[in-house]
Design a protein around this ligand. Structure first.
Ligand SMILES: Nc1nc2c(ncn2[C@@H]2O[C@H](COP(=O)(O)OP(=O)(O)O)[C@@H](O)[C@H]2O)c(=O)[nH]1
Ligand SMILES: [Mg+2]
Length: 233
């Protein structure tokens, strides 16, 4: 896999989107794709269980977005990390988007470290802070460097502690689904801005050559490529 061009004729950059269950991973995939492709759920018990990839295009460049089931949810971390390793082996991961909620402590340092050991260090990882549609600052990005409130844990207040954990970049957004934002002009504006910001950061980090998969292709991979070819032709 990863040897054949995608439908638009290029080999898409591979983006893996992760986070603790319920933070908005699937909603972020939809925001990037520009329409609802991945199911998102208000109830954690119905959250994404299968890894699925969705194609997206930003400024004429093709991407494949992997919607990873939430960490700490139905699927064990071990299985998720293994599945991400398979994506890396077959297709090569170009960018990791790690979602956290602005208001809750949703960062999982141990899981993140495990993930970083799975994906080569050269692959940039960006923390996406979600849920900032009603953040009090005049811009959502102010959340990142806001002075922590007294008594608040750092994760509830700002992103300075996340910087130490080797993220290459950050973006502060709302991934509120379109229908939930449609009736309120201010929410809509922040949602639209979020889409622009996330896409800008993706384009910025996916500039060079697309990475090849790190594993040697197996006979099984060959069969899958064949199956994919028949799907598109
Ligand atoms: N308030 C708010 N809700 C959000 C945001 N992003 C997602 N949600 C909601 O959070 C719930 C879980 O979202 P989902 O994308 O399925 O999370 P996942 O488990 O990480 O894939 C859904 O009800 C979404 O509508 C956000 O930025 N703000
Ligand atoms: Mg999901």
């Amino acid at each position: 896999m990863g040897m054949l061009p995608d439908r638009t004729g290029c080999n898409p950059y591979v983006i893996v989107v992760v986070g603790r269950t319920g933070v908005g991973v699937s909603s972020l995939v939809n925001l990037i794709a520009g329409r609802t492709v991945a199911p998102h759920f208000p109830d954690a018990s119905q959250c994404t269980r299968r890894i699925r990839a969705y194609p997206a295009e930003i400024k004429g460049t093709s991407y494949l977005l992997y919607d990873i089931p939430g960490f700490d949810g139905k699927v064990s971390t071990e299985r998720l990390v293994n599945a991400i390793r398979t994506v890396e082996r077959r297709r090569g991961v170009d960018l990791l988007l790690y979602c956290v909620r602005g208001k809750r402590n949703t960062f999982m340092p141990k899981t993140y470290r495990e993930l970083r050991q799975t994906i080569p260090r050269v692959v940039p990882s960006v923390v996406v802070v979600t849920g900032l549609e009603r953040y009090g600052g005049s811009e959502m990005v102010e959340w990142w460097s806001a002075i922590p409130r007294e008594g608040a844990t750092t994760t509830q207040s700002n992103g300075s502690h996340l910087e130490e954990l080797l993220f290459e970049d950050h973006v502060c957004v709302t991934t509120l689904p379109e229908l939930d934002a449609v009736a309120d002009g201010a929410l809509r504006e922040r949602r639209d801005l979020s889409a622009v910001e996330v896409k800008r950061i993706i384009s910025h980090h996916c500039e060079g050559l697309k990475r090849p998969g790190s594993g040697r292709p197996t006979a099984w991979d060959f069969l899958e490529v064949l199956a994919e070819w028949f799907k598109w032709h």
